[in-house]
Design a protein around this ligand. Sequence first.
Ligand code: PGA
Length: 239
Amino acid sequence: MDIRILENVEEIGAAAGRIICDFVNEKPACVLGFATGASPVPTYNYMIEQFNEGKVSFKDVTTFNLDEYCGLPEGHKNSYKTFMFENLFSKVDIDPAKVNFLDGNADEAEESRRYAEAIKAKGGVDIQILGIGRNGHIAFNEPSDEFTDEAWKVTLSQSTIDANSIYFDDTEMPTSAMTMGIGSIMRSKKIILIATGSSKAEAVKAMIQGEVTPQCPASILQKHDDTVILLDKAAASLI
Ligand code: PGA
């Protein structure tokens, strides 16, 4: 793990954004894996800035998002698809035909197979962006007794519901989601994990210094050979 402790979220966003934009300039038809939540937003802002300055184009990039809630109708304001269009896709030249999401309302087994095949057909994910949950989850892979492989339907933990329900004002937060599995995340060629704030400090310590266990899903990243971990001082305070 290449662990970097930076000053603030803007520096973290610029560091992750630079890795992505440099890579896209080298390989314009690459495959990027995106995450939702607060952690990647400064990265997306950096990418938008670079695009606006004419320094990068995403028009040939294919994207796969990590997860999607179950039970929300297409186009719902709290869906992760909406999040990605609002925070990145509508602000750069990404081709909407090249973006991929899990369908939280599809049959679990068929959807898992469809997503795995779509990723494989594109040659795999080149760079995957990740956040980390307060409980050590990556994507929506919650602490459990085993590491999963391909996409699956997960029941969200109370910790995740507590953390994410702030985004649901007039809608009840779903209690399940479709998520890329740990195996599919680990097959990404490069991973960039972003964690900021003291609420992530315990999970960050367990991810980096704890044993590799599905009770802290992010700990599996110790076994990935090209993972960059970008932290602020608060998230790094226990390591
Ligand atoms: P956050 O979520 O970026 O909103 O903190 C991260 C996660 O739960 O994986």
